[in-house]
Design a protein around this ligand. Structure first.
Ligand code: PLP
Length: 394
């Protein structure tokens, strides 16, 4: 018997069929499927004044967003230390310096009081993220950015398909990125989206994503290439391939199913685990949020033991993330006091959450957590003996 995994991609006959079709059509590059997925996502997110472009990864989207924000060498970008490595690397990639602020203890999203203390002459932008199943305080970010004249890069890798005051996440931020990587709520195997403000910014993205080549995407969207083009500026090899977009289109058709199964699993965990005084559960608005990961907090001194015990009881767990200021590459970055990042960094545990959670899987997870905190789940040599302990305790 394999453990309940932290992530499990929902790849069914639809995705496999679409992948095969895209491989057989004779045009492997960026083409008609990319056009279709861009249109479908624009529609799904209700983008009216905003423009969306697909690229090969979320990381590329972050990089391009920072370039568009005009961030470059000598500039500083304020971002939480409790963040994905991709965000730090994107800031470094444009030659800027990450300046690390803290997070709020309840949502684990950016603490703007802590960010305010770090604003300086070189601050150019704020890069903030939604985390796990929590959205950042968008209104407060907007006020903060306006007060200090900063561009905003919103990393919405965790919040695809969530809404805020009736609007889809991604439809209102200055510059927004999304990730459709192998473990995300919606996967294209790998892909990213960048959502920008106008046609001019979109045009820049269109050129930058394909080596700076000034050929209109309309040509490639017909599964053809332009043989002549101009190259006026820097560019990268970031365009998305038909194969990935074909898979994404199938995923988008089942997004409500994906969202419902994830919400149901989170609701189940919260109901079953609510009584355990040693742990902190996330507060999730299950009506508006499509949860990406389920992160709870356990006492720091128990975390390793807890994770080992869960593993022997048939449940894989994860850690999202280690705070950035402990990484060598960021050790010289300017930063404020970041006690919450350190505290949360030692307490967080990610429980399994994916779009195929059988009731039996959810039960296995919840039973194991309950047994551990009742003291019934001792470290054991084998998975069988751990499961026997849980059964005996029930
Ligand atoms: C918050 C966050 N930002 C950025 C990324 C990078 O996205 P991608 O993996 O698509 O490059 C990830 C991926 O894990 C993420 O979780």
């Amino acid at each position: 018997m394999t453990n309940v995994p932290v992530f499990k991609p929902l790849i069914e006959a639809d995705e496999i069929g679409a992948a095969v079709k895209s491989l057989e059509m004779g045009w492997l590059g960026m083409g008609s499927y990319v056009d279709q997925l861009e249109r479908a996502l624009t529609d799904h997110l209700g983008l009216k004044d905003k423009r969306l472009a697909l690229v090969n990864t979320g990381h590329s989207a972050l990089h391009l967003a920072l370039v568009l924000a005009g961030v470059g060498p000598g500039d500083e970008v304020i971002t939480p230390s409790f963040n994905c490595v991709s965000d730090f690397q994107a800031i470094l990639q444009v030659g800027a310096e990450p300046v690390l602020c803290d997070i709020l203890d309840d949502s684990l999203t950016i603490d703007l009081q802590s960010a305010k203390m770090l604003v300086g002459k070189r601050t150019k932008a704020v890069l903030f993220i939604d985390y796990a199943s929590s959205l950042a305080d968008y209104e407060a970010v907007e006020i903060f950015a306006a007060e200090h004249g900063l561009r905003v890069v919103h990393d919405a890798a965790h919040s695809f398909n969530s809404t805020h005051h009736g609007r889809m996440v991604g439809s209102f931020s200055d510059l927004c990125m999304m990730s459709f990587d192998p473990v995300k709520t919606l996967t294209c195997l790998d892909a990213g989206a960048i959502i920008v403000n106008n046609d001019e910014e979109l045009g820049q993205v269109h050129q930058m994503r394909i080596l700076g080549m000034g050929q209109p995407p309309a040509v490639m969207y017909q599964n053809k290439r332009a043989w002549t083009f101009h190259v006026d500026g820097e560019g990268y090899r970031y365009h998305l391939l038909n194969l990935h977009a074909a898979i994404g289109l199938q995923q988008l058709k089942k997004i409500e199913h994906i969202a419902e199964t994830r919400r149901a699993a989170c609701g189940y965990y919260i109901d079953r685990l609510a009584g355990i005084s040693d742990i902190r559960l996330p507060e999730i608005d299950l009506k508006t949020i499509t949860p990406f990961i389920f992160v709870m907090r356990v006492p720091a001194e128990l975390r390793n033991d807890f994770r080992t015990a869960m593993g022997t009881a048939g449940v894989d767990t994860g850690v999202h993330w280690q705070p950035g200021h402990h990484f060598k590459i960021l050790e010289d970055c300017r930063r404020g006091d970041i006690p919450v990042s350190d505290l949360a960094g030692n307490e967080i545990v990610t429980l399994p959450l994916h779009s195929q959670m059988a009731t039996e899987d959810m039960k296995t997870v919840a039973d194991a957590v309950i047994a551990y905190f009742k003291g019934d789940l001792k470290h054991t040599a084998t998975k069988e003996s751990a499961l026997e302990q849980i059964a005996a305790a029930e």
